[in-house]
Write a protein that binds this ligand. Sequence first.
Ligand code: C2E
Ligand code: CA
Ligand code: CA
Length: 630
Amino acid sequence: MHNSYRECFAARGSGAEGAALSAMAAELFGDDEAPIASGAANDGGRPEFDCAHFMQGLDAVAAVEESIESGNRFAVAFIDVRMPPGIDGKETAKRIRALDPDINLVIVTGYSDFSPLDISRAAGPADKIFYIAKPFQAEEVIQTASALGERWRIDLELKAARQALAGKIDELEEQKLELAANESKATHMANHDSLTDAPNRLAFLRTLAEHVRDRDCFAMAMMDLDRFKIVNDTFGHLAGDELIRMVCAILQENVGDDGFVARLGGDEFAILVKCTGEDEAVMTCERLIKACSTSFKVFGHSVQGSASVGVVSVPAGTETDPIDVMRRADLALNEAKRAGRGCVRVFDETMDESIRFRRQIESGLSGAIANGELQLVFQPIVGGSTLEVVGFEALLRWNSPEYGHISPGMFIPIAEESNLIHELGDWVIDEAMRTLKEWPGQYVSVNFSPRQFRRPNFVGHVIERVQHAGISPMRFQIEITETAIFDDVERAAETLFRLRQMGFRIALDDFGTGYSSLWNIRRFALDCLKIDRSFVDGMGKERESAAIVHSIIHLGRALGMEVVAEGVETEVQLQALRVAGCSHLQGYHLARPMPEEAALELANRRFLRPVEEIDEVEEIEIQAGNGTHG
Ligand code: C2E
Ligand code: CA
Ligand code: CA
């Protein structure tokens, strides 16, 4: 039996051995047309096999096991059903199958010992089990072996290809996950602020649009930190960033579960809250302001937090536009800032009207210079002891054909918000100097708003105009307020120092109402402190005002500065200030602001009252700096 297998699979040889085998085969198969003999004719088409023969099933099982270990596996096993004395063909097939799931098994059987189903069950799958009946034809065996060998090879290739494909699919799956992660990161970045990781303006607008669409009652608040710039300037931008992060965290914590906090940029936050109406919205905003009004520890510095909020509440069912909601919240925030910061302002329609009015003023003002609608009036500043006129404060007047006389207290802040202030300021400087030239020796005191003072190359600009007019800087006093210098202390100190070096007089206007620390005053090159008229007004009414007036007078004296009391409206105030030792006085009781001609006349007369009418005041010790300084 084995020999006939050998004969089937052996490479075709010629000569004696081949002939002997052919004979043997003929004997075995009992056929002249033995396949081997006939196969000899078409030898070239026959595949080559690598065969192993075993007499016993267990040996075959062991060989299969070994082949798996070595990697040189079998494609087909021909198994006789009966192999006494060892295990039978069915058992052999079963064990081989257990070792190798890919091998094709061909059961060679004489009569039916087992049904094919029996064997398939033991050594399946059915598509890898075949049957050949004995006696078999050599071609039958070879064909089966060739076909199954080929199929085995293709199956393995297919399996490998499937595996490679599965690997590729895994790889693609991984790449897909990575892409998805990158995409969600990019989306996050597009919608969040990198400093605080809070939603940004884009995300805010989207959420606001959703609120508007839903038509439920909600409120939008705009919050801005007060004097944040000072934190940045004093402690540096890193500290400023840190403060913003802390405030953002506080807002998110305090806004409630369905509240939404976004950072719009800088120190500005926008907040959305669902609410029942305006009252609840205001309460929420007040709670947020309170939460931010704490002392923050920023890199070891303690910073007092303070915030202003503008809020607009949108009742349920309102048809509105997100941009308009935002604009209204912004207007309300501006009002809150104007109202003195640290507070909430609710939007109302008048804010829109006031904006419209401001625009009208602005456009009227832009033509005022060209149309000759502006005028300067001059209010005398007098020495405390003799009431000699040492200088005049130049005050701007606008007579608008549309609105009549408008107070500078109204139009100067509007000019400040646009660039008009520079054009206006230059006109004032030139006009003041033109008038000054006629006076015998007094100085002119000109107001500069913070925006003018912070203008790039402010010093160069003023010097150029003064030189052009050909007057001495000593007769030109620059009045600035505390707000102008305390926003950027370093820069202001430098600017003032240079101005004073050039010979200009410097006065600190409205002194006592701002945020100056006494410690800082010493660093500025100042000639004069102007006590705000609210303190002079309060002198006879409350102890605190009198105490403040006295302190400022002493401070001025100690630092060698003149002190001008503004807003002297009564004889009692005049005498009290003289007794207190105030070096200079200004106010309606002494003289109202007057037109150019009247000022010139007074400048030439020099004294407000005939000298013999002035009571002597013993306490007055300060004579220094009457119109001059050095
Ligand atoms: P200010 O610098 O504090 O000017 C003094 C203001 O007090 C003037 O008001 C003056 O008329 C008023 N005043 C003077 N004496 C008395 C008094 O005894 N009692 C009372 N109740 N008021 C008195 P005015 O002219 O309406 O100016 C208001 C503000 O407008 C000024 O306050 C100043 O800040 C600003 N301003 C005026 N002219 C100019 C200017 O040319 N440039 C700039 N940048 N600001 C100006
Ligand atoms: Ca002034
Ligand atoms: Ca003033």
